[in-house]
Design a protein around this ligand. Structure first.
Ligand SMILES: [Zn+2]
Length: 440
């Protein structure tokens, strides 16, 4: 069997692997390259294989960097089946629609997105599915976002596990990442391969303190948030602390159509939540809603937030402030020292969020300069990714001889994970080069 590493190699976006055995060719993930114009130009380039020659695609989860080039694959002639969980299917519809609207240079037409779901075959966790005559696949819960998977692929007597993205356990909503099954090979992500996350208890206290401090000064808190997982986790946490009377009773706005739609999908699939979230639903009814929270779907509703004077909290996208409604709110609130921008997610180099996080004194938004006088705070620990410890724990099934390919991480993180694995007794490790093929 030949594996080719075609994306997310020494970087975190563009996941794409090709597996070839006998007459079968399958692809695992078909992600979008992100992070500035140069990365994005790679999305319009031809694939390293002929999409019409591929038998099937396996999708680990609905993040754009794992599904974003699927429509192009369809446009370029891919006719086979696409395997994913039912939650991934619903989230993928929202993610691909949103991405299409934002593309500077579209890679496909809208009809190609619709066609994806004609070719989709929904699979459940822990069930072995025959993908072609030569390959079978079993999906397991990765605990990263709702419906996310890691996948074991088998051929003849051998097997390889693709980690997809691994979750940051324990997560308030999701099940823990399932135990890794025995395999000969693993392709493992390393987003936080060398780092350790903050503790969850500190996270709640910091959230309460930052909101309370700002509200007590009659200020507005802006929380840039990712539409998938981060927002639902935040809403569930806010709902819990609101009920405990630990969250100030002021207006809260969820001002992101995408996040509102994703939250609907989360509500639709409680069977994918963990047991404590399901218990809360029985007691609370709606775990993503508390009395002073308002969802603002339309542009008019969004603009009407400006009419609310004084203390309030606005949760809006994009998570790194590189677009979306959060940017409009920033213009209004960024120059007043009683307000706060509260980051709860990773801010990539080159984004507006990163400049503000790094302490820039003034920013240009829509050609207008605004001085940054509001307070800027960040809470770690909300990451949807496993940290170094968690990755190593997941990999440990007692077999230190399996061959681990380290991917999906900046070079320093992949190297960091490799070194930690060596310290833990692993020796069969490699960080592949992009476009490298290996015979297994
Ligand atoms: Zn992901």
């Amino acid at each position: 069997m030949k594996i080719s590493f075609l994306g997310a190699i020494r970087e975190v976006t563009g996941s794409n692997y090709l597996l070839e055995h006998n007459n079968s060719k399958i692809v695992v993930d078909c992600g979008y390259f992100q992070g500035g114009r140069k990365s994005e130009e790679r999305n319009i380039q031809s694939f390293d294989y002929d999409p019409s020659s591929i038998d099937a695609v396996i999708i680990t989860h609905a993040h754009l960097d794992h599904i974003g080039r699927l429509p192009k694959m369809i446009a370029d002639g891919f006719k086979g089946k696409i395997y994913m969980t039912e939650v991934t299917e619903q989230l993928a519809k929202i993610v691909l629609e949103d991405a299409f609207g934002l593309m500077r240079e579209p890679t496909h037409q809208e009809k190609d997105v619709i066609q994806i779901f004609e070719q989709t075959q929904v699979v459940g966790y822990n069930q072995k599915v025959n993908i072609t005559n030569d390959f079978s696949a079993t999906f397991y819960d990765a605990g990263h976002i709702l419906g996310s998977s890691f996948v074991k692929i088998e051929w003849e007597q051998k097997s390889i596990v693709f980690s997809g993205d691994l979750g940051n356990c324990p997560n308030p909503l999701l099940n823990n990442t399932a135990k890794i099954p025995q395999s000969n090979y693993v392709v493992c992500e390393s987003t936080y391969g060398s780092r350790i996350h903050e503790k969850a208890t500190e996270k709640t206290n910091k959230l309460i303190k930052n909101i309370t401090d700002t509200i007590s000064q009659n200020g507005t808190v802006l929380i840039p948030s990712f539409a998938i997982e981060r927002t639902q986790e935040l809403l569930y946490q806010m709902d819990t602390i609101f009920d405990q009377h630990r969250l100030p009773k002021v207006p809260y706005f969820l001002d992101s159509p995408m996040a509102i739609n994703v939250t609907k999908v989360y509500k639709q699939f409680p069977n994918y939540w963990n047991i404590s979230a399901r218990d809360s639903k029985i007691k609370d009814g709606d775990i993503f809603k508390f009395p002073t929270l308002k969802e603002t779907m339309t542009t008019e509703e969004s603009k009407s937030i400006n009419n609310i004077r004084g203390a309030k909290v606005i949760i809006a996208g994009a998570g790194m402030m590189d677009g979306g409604r959060i940017v409009h709110h920033a213009k209004r609130y960024i120059s007043d020292k009683k307000n706060m921008i509260l980051f709860i997610g990773y801010q990539a180099q080159g984004t507006l969020g990163r400049s503000i996080y790094d302490g820039i004194k003034s920013v240009k938004i829509d050609r207008e300069r605004h001085s940054v006088r509001c307070r800027v705070k960040a809470i770690g620990g909300y990451s949807a990714h496993a940290d170094s410890h968690q990755i190593i724990n997941w990999l440990d099934d007692g077999d230190k001889n399996k061959h681990i390919f380290i991917t999906h991480g900046e070079e320093i993180e992949s190297e960091g994970l490799k070194n930690r694995l060596i310290e833990n007794g692993y020796s069969n490790l490699s960080i592949p080069n992009e476009k490298e093929s290996v015979e297994l």
